[in-house]
Ligand binder design. Sequence first.
Ligand code: NDP
Ligand code: 8X3
Length: 250
Amino acid sequence: MQRVVLITGATSGFGEATAEMFAKAGDKVIITGRRNERLLEFMTKHKECDIYPLCFDVTSKEAVFAAISSLPKEYKNIDILVNNAGLALGLEKANDVNLNDWETMIDTNIKGVLYVTKAVLPIMIERKTGYIFNLGSIAGNWPYEGGNVYGATKAFVKQFSFNLRTDLKGTHVRVTNIEPGFAKTEFSEVRFKGDKEKANNVYNGMQPLVGEDIANLIFTLSALPKHINVNSIEVMPTAQSWAGFFVERE
Ligand code: NDP
Ligand code: 8X3
């Protein structure tokens, strides 16, 4: 059956790959992001698919609610929400960080997820069906140097996903927190503020995850029978694992 899927941050990376996968499978896909030209390019590239573009910034409460309520009737009944829009800014230690970067991560990764969820939830609850995917991260589970607020925003997303699921009992609405490790998207380019060389170095000599891997995971989970809820799923490239504890020796 054709589903209505809303994906935040569908202009690149995981979001774009996920939009492509659902659209090619015949679902109705609402693609969103701030870069309207990318949304239009996506439409042109997938003319044969059922796609609706919505250009808005998830950090603006007003813009989020206005965008969701502007949806035409045939896209209103959202079955699947992918809260994917997000970013990391910088890898400096806490004391050296630009405070604006911390605020932008909080506004996007936390408040953005809250606004979009709150705008879409009533639709799912009323119809007693729905599936919310939140993009957490391994950074929400494991600390690393320079991960300070980025990791903390993703820990928020994880706990919010679990608490949301608790609140949603009896509604048949499912929630999964997706927790990927290193994935080659525009993520590192954004983190290093356009420094492509630094961004590419992150993935040097190893095989990172790519957008299609996460799209595939979301698509597969969305096809599970409705009595199954995968609460969270952590996924890393095989080449990535843990480094152990650091001990400062005298
Ligand atoms: P990309 O940078 O490729 O994509 C990020 C997307 O988020 C873009 O489409 C961007 O669209 C959108 N976005 C960012 N800020 C806003 C905003 N204020 N309003 C609306 N849209 C916004 O990165 P990824 O695909 O890798 O990241 C997707 C998610 O996955 C993020 O939440 C990230 O934290 C998470 N993640 C990424 C990992 C990785 O290693 N790549 C690993 C684990 C989690 P636009 O600029 O057009 O607004
Ligand atoms: C992105 C993965 O390890 O770069 O969330 O923080 S990591």
